[in-house]
Design a protein around this ligand. Structure first.
Ligand SMILES: [Zn+2]
Ligand SMILES: [Zn+2]
Length: 389
């Protein structure tokens, strides 16, 4: 059955105002105190059971209808990014160096809109847990909520999340069974020589030369050690060392990231980095330490939940399809999908005036897709918690 999006239109002016207010007052991970306060207040005004302070600044609102034991979790992230906004918008960030450059302000608005609608909607039976999580951008706020008992305190049969996606046209929905976002690892390699006069390189191991050698080798790992049937990326993103033209520095630091979808590939890449570092240390007479941090696992959709999500969203928009490929960006909803079956969806938001990529200084959430996002959440609840099902 087709869901009439005009039913959500009365919610839009206030949600747009709230979204832009959150945009103007962005907060970094685990510091979303004002944002969480606005959310808790809005959920409380609707009469939901509200719990705050879960995993730091996380908020959950619970809506129960009828006696069914079935339950669904819907998740939005709340945090902003630590960089400078260049949109010039009237509601641009008032906090220098803090910016909603990933549209989590829009995610909050869409999920609150779904709560506002579902409070007055009797075409479902069961429990909806509206989950507002902190610190998605690299600090694992989802894991913090789970470790704080999220799914014990608020049981969920399935969990779903929507992320706006500027690569896709506004109004389109994509998801897929299995991997949809990559795992994210970071490595930091410290090469220690001894340092000395550049005119007498025979007296000191050369950490710069060792770093150059190692970076070349690291870039062969994916090409030569990972099967061509697997997908992986290794990027060296920083090299720091040296201050003067006539001094060989004592240390050089290399940093970078690894993305893939398969833990066995992560194992192989980490082992290869360590082996190459040991080899370069031996040949260059330096000491090399490798710190390798697997901070987000791959985001893996449950096949049935992904199919269910596509079915539900087809009641809301015409352009609903299976995503042909996963993205190499990462997402800490991965932790929720390790704990519960569910699916992560992309909601297209690209229009001529909203075309900037996620994490770009001129990015802004597209308010034109607010009703679609609300519609997808509502359709999911209608389907997953259909009365009598
Ligand atoms: Zn982001
Ligand atoms: Zn994001």
């Amino acid at each position: 059955m087709r869901l009439d999006l005009t039913a959500f239109q009365p919610l839009v002016p206030e949600l747009t105002r709230l979204r832009r207010d959150i945009h103007a007052h962005p907060e970094l991970g685990f510091a979303e105190h004002r944002t969480a306060g606005l959310i808790a207040q809005a959920l409380g005004n609707l009469g939901l059971d509200v719990t705050t302070g879960i995993g730091g600044t996380g908020v959950v609102g619970v809506l129960r209808r009828g006696g069914s034991a079935r339950s669904i979790g819907l998740r939005a992230d709340m945090d902003a990014l630590p960089f400078h906004e260049e949109t010039g918008l009237p509601y641009a960030s008032t906090q220098p160096g803090t910016f909603h450059g990933c549209g989590h302000d829009g995610h909050v608005a869409m999920l609150l809109g779904a709560a506002q609608h579902l409070v007055n909607d009797d075409s479902f039976g069961g429990t909806v847990n509206f989950i507002f999580q902190p610190a998605e951008e690299g600090q694992a706020g989802a894991r913090a909520m789970i470790e704080d008992g999220l799914f014990d305190r608020f049981p969920c049969d399935r969990v779903f999340a929507l992320h706006n996606w500027p690569d896709l046209p506004a109004g389109s929905i994509r998801t897929r069974a299995g991997p949809i976002m990559a795992s994210a690892d970071r490595f930091e390699i410290v090469i220690s020589g001894q340092g000395g006069h550049a005119a007498m390189p025979h007296q000191t191991p050369d950490a710069i030369l060792a770093a150059c050698d190692l970076v070349q080798q690291l870039n062969t790992i994916v090409a030569r050690r990972i099967p061509a049937t697997e997908a992986a990326v290794l990027s060296v993103t920083q090299i720091h060392g040296g201050h003067a033209h006539n001094v060989i520095p004592g240390t050089v630091t290399i940093m970078g990231t690894v993305r893939t979808f398969n833990p066995a590939v992560q194992d192989r890449i980490e082992a290869s980095i360590r082996a190459m570092a040991s080899g370069v240390a031996l040949s260059s007479e330096t000491t090399i330490t490798v710190a390798y941090d697997r901070y987000y696992p791959a985001t893996i959709n449950d096949a049935d939940a992904a199919a269910a999500a596509l079915r539900a969203c087809a009641a809301v928009c015409d352009d609903v399809a299976i995503a042909p490929d996963p993205a190499f960006t990462s997402e800490d909803f991965a932790f929720m999908l390790q704990a519960r079956p569910g699916a992560y969806l992309w909601l297209g938001q690209k229009t001529p005036d909203k075309a900037a990529a996620l994490h770009h200084p001129r990015y802004d959430f597209n308010d034109d897709v607010l009703t679609l996002g609300i519609g997808c959440f509502v359709a999911l609840i209608h389907q997953e918690l259909a009365p009598g099902a």
